[in-house]
Structure formats: structure tokens, C-alpha cells
Design a binder for this molecule. Structure first.
Ligand code: ATP
Length: 254
């Protein structure tokens, strides 16, 4: 690991430098470098096989890089940690398919996701339960499911299940949320609502969103990174990236 401490590194929540991952000689990540700031939202786009999922796997400790630095919060070396410890640090990941507890209510899904000891209603623990209820209500407010709190998760629409799962991540109070293709299968209206939800979450958390839907990416209103063959092809504002000749050539089409 480099011993130089740059302002870019110290001010970052996530710092990837020269990260490479090979599968049987094929480079899924090829000296990938990227810096995400505290409280930043970043959209990651790129063609199939560009390395987006592999990048998320490296950040969450599912895949070990062959080379490069992956640092959290300016100093924590994620390449030396296992998945559970990385989650414990405050990195939450949402996969593409919602994985809520279908036979539980919306309320209980959020409660089950919360950190900390559970208590069975003893008066000694009453104060703690009230704090938990307040936190739960706050999460339900953020994800727009307050009026659906008593419904079974199984009865929610696909979009509502995605929001519930985002709420379950929020309940763990992560510093960084990684969200994989959240709007796949959503209606246009749900897609718009999801962009607004993530934008509101990004006011208090760093968020990295992998997505193919360019209307949605535009609605996020954040910096965009386009990956191709395991490295950064283009990075910047959506207008600049989406009109970049190479991005058009390899991803968006003419
Ligand atoms: N466990 C693995 N073993 C072998 N090859 C893999 C493995 N995981 C990923 N790859 C390969 O690495 C490359 C990058 O895959 P990755 O899933 O990271 O791309 P992606 O950008 O997420 O694509 P998509 O948009 O299709 O999800 C692909 O060519 C893929 O086939």
C-alpha cells in the first residue's frame, strides 16, 4: 500500500487505487481507480461485463483483489477484512432482487434489520423500545411506507419491496450504501420515486448506485462513472459522460 496520504484519500469514504481482479487469467478489474467523497452519491454505469459487480464484490469483501488499494473512510484497509467485518464497519449492500422477509410486516422487517439487542417488552427496556420505534418510524417516513407498516411484505408491490429493503439497510445506519440496479422491473413512477428516495438518503449517507437505466441515472443528478473492461472509461457530469464518444461507442450506442 502507498504510504503517501493525499487529501483525496483523507477526504474519501471510499478510495480504490489500481485495483485488479483476475478470473482464470481474465481481468474483470484492470487497475481500477475511483474516489467517493463523504456524503457523495455516485452512479456507476457500463456495459455487461464491465466489472461493476466485481467492484462491489471487492468493496464488500466477497472478492479479494490481486492488486491495489481499497480504503474505507480514509484509512481502513478493506482488502484485509472479511465480509461480516466490512458490513459491521458501516457498508451496506442491496442486491438487485429484493430479499425482504415476506411473511413479516413492513414494521417487523425494519425492526429485524436494526442493530442492537432486542428486548421482550419488559418495562426496564421500555425506553430502549421507544428509541427503536422512533428510529423505525423515521426509516418508514424516509422510504414512504408509513401507511403500509402493518402490511405483510409479501403483499407489497415490487417497487415497495425494493424501498423496504433500502429501509432495512438504513436501519443499520451505514456510512456507505451500495445499491445494485434498484429500478430494474419498476414502473416509471416507481423509478422516479426511487431517484427521489436515493437523493434524500444521499443527504446523510454516501451512496453508490449501479444502474443501466439512463433516465434514472439522470434523475439522480450526481456524478457518473462509466466502467469498461475493468477500468474507468469516463467520469463526470451526466451530460459529459453520456455524450463522450467512447461511452457512446461501447455502451450507449449511436
Ligand atoms: N466468479 C467469476 N468467475 C469467472 N469470471 C467472472 C466471475 N465473476 C465475474 N466474472 C467475469 O468478469 C467480468 C466482469 O463481470 P461483472 O459481473 O463484474 O460485470 P458487470 O459490469 O457487473 O456486468 P452486468 O452489467 O452484466 O452485471 C465478466 O466477463 C464476467 O464474466
Amino acid at each position: 500500500m502507498s504510504s503517501v496520504t493525499s487529501p483525496e484519500l483523507t477526504q474519501s469514504i471510499l478510495y480504490l487505487d489500481g485495483v485488479s481482479v483476475s478470473f482464470d487469467g481474465f481481468k474483470a478489474l484492470n487497475s481500477l481507480s475511483m474516489v467517493i467523497g463523504h456524503g457523495e452519491m455516485r452512479a456507476i454505469i457500463g456495459p455487461n461485463g464491465a466489472g461493476k459487480t466485481t467492484m462491489m464484490d471487492v468493496i464488500t469483501g466477497k472478492t479479494r483483489p490481486d492488486d491495489g488499494d481499497v480504503l474505507f473512510d480514509g484509512s481502513v484497509d478493506l482488502t484485509r477484512m472479511d465480509e461480516a467485518s466490512i458490513a459491521e464497519l458501516g457498508i451496506g449492500r442491496k442486491f438487485q432482487k429484493p430479499t425482504v422477509f415476506e411473511s413479516h410486516t413492513v414494521d417487523d422487517n425494519i425492526l429485524l434489520a436494526m442493530k442492537g439487542p432486542r428486548s421482550a417488552g419488559s418495562s426496564l427496556f421500555g425506553w430502549r423500545n421507544r428509541v427503536r420505534d422512533d428510529q423505525k418510524d423515521q426509516v418508514l417516513e424516509t422510504i414512504g411506507l408509513k401507511d403500509h407498516r402493518k402490511r405483510l411484505a409479501a403483499d407489497l408491490s415490487h417497487g415497495q419491496k425494493q424501498w423496504l429493503e433500502i429501509g432495512m439497510l438504513l436501519a443499520q445506519d451505514p456510512k456507505l450504501l451500495l445499491v445494485d440496479e434498484p429500478v430494474a422491473g419498476m414502473t416509471d413512477h416507481e423509478t422516479e420515486q426511487t431517484a427521489a428516495l436515493l437523493a434524500s438518503i444521499a443527504k446523510t449517507h454516501a451512496v453508490v448506485v449501479v444502474e443501466h437505466d439512463m433516465h434514472f441515472v439522470r434523475a439522480l443528478g450526481c456524478k457518473v462513472t462509466c466502467l469498461h473492461e475493468g477500468s474507468v472509461l469516463a467520469e463526470g457530469a451526466i451530460d459529459a459522460v453520456s455524450t463522450n464518444d467512447r461511452v457512446v461507442e461501447v455502451y450507449l450506442g449511436r
